[in-house]
Design a protein around this ligand. Structure first.
Ligand code: HEC
Length: 145
């Protein structure tokens, strides 16, 4: 049987690959409770993550203080601001008619689907589908004031 050495080599390789690294615990404080080994929860959205998502917005929006209006209004301090209230920007009548303030809930709904939330808006943007992405994005908007 000429095949046998090949099989043997394969088996040895598999055995080698199968060896698991016992190196997970490098913290050194081995005296600590086993709870330390609990799996991390799903990643919490952060403003830093939101900054990455905001890249989808920069073709139309600036967010720096005093930044110019582009295709869309400057978004500095938009969280808590009255809807359609940024100086010098010509809003659609749809957004002007919306009323209220951009609190987190209002932003979440608008950013999920601008054209559904404010039919007739000129913000030609499909929306941010992922709820965690929206949360991160709103945290980022909130941090820019
Ligand atoms: C294609 C251009 C475009 C993109 C991309 C875009 N927007 Fe807009 N946005 C607009 C326009 C235009 C308006 C004004 C809409 C109106 O008057 O109906 C607007 C309005 C807004 C408003 C309301 C501001 C106010 O003063 O009431 C918010 C908040 C907003 N955009 C957030 C975002 C965020 C966050 C993103 C990225 C996820 C984004 N936009 C992407 C064009 C865009």
């Amino acid at each position: 049987m000429r095949i046998a050495p090949v099989l043997l080599a394969g088996a040895l390789m598999l055995a080698g690959c199968g060896k698991s690294e016992p190196a997970a615990d490098t913290s050194g404080d081995s005296a600590s409770a086993p709870a330390a080994a609990a799996p991390a929860p799903a990643v919490e959205p952060t403003a830093a993550m939101g900054e990455q998502i905001f890249k989808r917005c920069v073709s139309c929006h600036t967010i720096d203080k005093g930044g110019s209006n582009g295709i869309g209004p400057n978004l500095h301090g938009v969280v808590g601001r009255a809807v359609a209230a940024h100086e010098g920007f010509s809003y659609s009548s749809a957004l002007k008619a919306k009323g209220g303030h951009w609190d987190e809930a209002a932003l979440d709904k608008f950013l999920e689907s601008p054209m559904k939330d404010a039919p007739g808006t000129r913000m030609a943007f499909a929306g941010v589908i992922d709820a965690a992405d929206r949360k991160a994005l709103i945290l980022y908007l909130e941090s820019q004031k």
